[in-house]
Design a protein around this ligand. Structure first.
Ligand code: GLA
Length: 511
């Protein structure tokens, strides 16, 4: 599985080719990295990363793995509600050079001095570092896999650790899912280091994505499954519609004459404890809304109607005609925010019980009632309408109606701003400027509260688009005076899924 360091360096220096002309690297990067400059950018990074790893760990043989970030084209905060999303994996990744260890220790280093080295032992229950520590993303993956294999009667003491050095070029805290890329990558390293091959088949990758979505809750977020799934199922040149519970994917080719351009608002959406609470409030509000709907439907039909997620509002699931569903659901919520007490009364239970059932953080503490109340109607509307927009957007893309696709992106942004309240002034301004600069559609992407906007732009307008956004947003609005804006605004290509590169050759894997 591991390959001599010299051989990797040789391949990386010669645009991916080895002496036979075919190498894991050339096989993997043949799609999605079409320009020689794109490949050089990656190979130079990997080369430096390999050298840094060897200098630190003195390894003679190593493996290289990578997991891409993603940009979500449409479908925000729908995933944990059981409704679809439509992202693509991008040509920016977190990469790792690694080697298995004989003992049960995991040692992780990072080329970014902001992320200092961490090490921990593999055992049944791995205690997390403090909130926000980068090592928690690796621990999340390892703990998730340990839990999974324990159910298959393989205990923690039968696993090896690994030593690994990471380097990423996905802007962090930008809504491009660098954290889930790190979780996915850590999982691949753990599996490869232990001779396990779950990640080498499509069904195995779906299972892995599903378990890693839950595993990532270890870091404190109550996110859904989009980010892990797209990192593991992405396909070059395609966006991927992802449905949940059960997880399934379908890829759709991106339009030929258009580019996806990402622009960072430069408002950091970091995962501090405070930011986690902002994010987690939304899944909590959605769970509360689903509980209220369950009560309303059960009372109406005098039977237990199985609504656990907002995405359960479906004729086939509830055995209630569609027209009835929307009639009842549409009049269930009032516009004013709800207090916990009011929700508890509706549910016929105490406020403590309601909080225990629906408002828990991962550490068991109770999420405090927001001062402005629980906005059940607004959250409900966003989620249901956004789910419908995803279906329409996939159809629009498949039928070549790009203008309609753009319009749906614009509607999605308005809904994220007004109903789900996950935008901010800077993102709103950036989206506005992007449309003025010629985007057929523009919206915030990812969890929100800062991070990036995504725009769909005709190829022939990309250059002037970028130029105008730099001038109007970064220079005039943010008053920045950087010489270079290439790390803040850039076109993204849809890239292939995460992989352990050293395994591609051995298995003749089809990407
Ligand atoms: C984060 C979460 C995802 C999803 C998005 C919002 O990226 O990790 O699961 O909820 O926010 O769409």
């Amino acid at each position: 599985m591991s390959i001599p360091v010299g051989q990797w360096l040789q391949m990386l220096k010669t645009d991916g080719a080895d002496s036979t002309g075919e190498s894991p690297i050339s096989q993997y990067f043949q799609n999605g990295y079409d320009l020689p400059a794109d490949r050089t950018r990656v190979f130079e990074r990997y080369q430096k990363l390999t050298e840094t790893h060897v200098a630190r760990f003195n390894s003679a043989e190593v493996n290289i793995a990578r997991a891409p970030g993603r940009v979500n084209l449409i479908g925000e905060h729908t995933d944990y509600n059981g409704l679809p999303v439509f992202p693509m994996a991008v040509d920016r990744d977190i990469a790792a050079v690694f080697s298995p260890r004989k003992d049960r220790k995991v040692v992780i280093a990072n080329t970014d001095p902001g992320f200092t080295e961490r090490s921990f032992e593999i055992h049944e229950s791995i205690p997390p570092y403090p909130t926000g520590d980068w090592g928690n993303y690796c621990k999340a993956a390892v703990q998730g896999l340990l839990d999974f294999y324990r159910r298959k009667h393989r205990d923690a003491d039968r696993f090896h650790g690994f030593e690994s050095t990471f380097n990423g070029d996905i802007p962090s805290a930008a809504g491009l899912s660098s954290s889930s890329a790190l979780v996915v990558l850590s999982a691949l390293i753990f599996l490869a280091s232990n001779g396990l091959d779950m990640h080498t088949t499509p069904s195995g990758r779906l299972e892995l994505a599903d378990l890693l979505a839950r595993a990532e809750h270890y870091v404190g977020t109550q996110g859904g499954g989009m980010d892990q799934a797209i990192s593991l199922m992405g396909r070059s040149g395609h966006a991927v519609k992802i449905d949940f519970f059960p997880l399934r994917t379908r890829s759709a080719p991106l339009p030929k004459e258009y580019s996806v351009v990402v622009a960072n608002s430069m408002v950091k959406a970091a995962k501090t404890a405070e930011a986690l609470d902002k994010y987690n409030r939304r899944p909590i509000e959605c769970r509360l809304a689903a509980a209220v709907l369950k009560k309303t439907f059960s009372d109406t039909y005098r039977r237990e109607v199985p609504i656990f997620l907002l995405g359960d509002l479906k004729e086939e699931k509830l055995a209630v005609p569609d027209s009835e569903i929307w009639k009842i659901a549409g009049t269930t919520f009032h516009e004013d925010p709800y207090t916990l007490g009011e929700i508890a009364t509706i549910l016929g239970q105490t406020a403590e019980k309601t909080a225990q059932l629906y408002c828990k953080r991962r550490d068991g503490s109770i999420f405090p009632e927001p001062e402005d109340g629980f906005k059940l109607q607004q959250r409900y509307r966003h989620v249901i309408e956004e789910g419908r927009r995803v279906e329409q957007a996939v159809q629009a893309l498949e039928s070549g109606d790009i203008l309609h696709f753009g319009e749906l992106m614009n509607q999605s942004h308005s809904s994220c701003r007004d109903l789900y309240e996950i935008s901010c002034l800077e993102l709103d301004r950036l989206v506005e400027i992007s449309r003025e600069a010629g985007a057929v559609g523009a919206r915030l992407t990812g969890a929100g509260f800062g991070g990036c906007a995504v725009s769909l732009v005709e190829d022939k307008r990309v250059e002037t688009f970028i130029h105008q956004v730099i001038n109007t947003y970064y220079r005039d609005y943010l008053k920045r005076k950087d010489r270079e804006y290439g790390s803040m605004i850039f076109p993204c290509r849809a890239a292939d899924r995460a992989a352990v590169l050293g395994e591609i050759k051995l298995r003749r894997d089809r990407i």
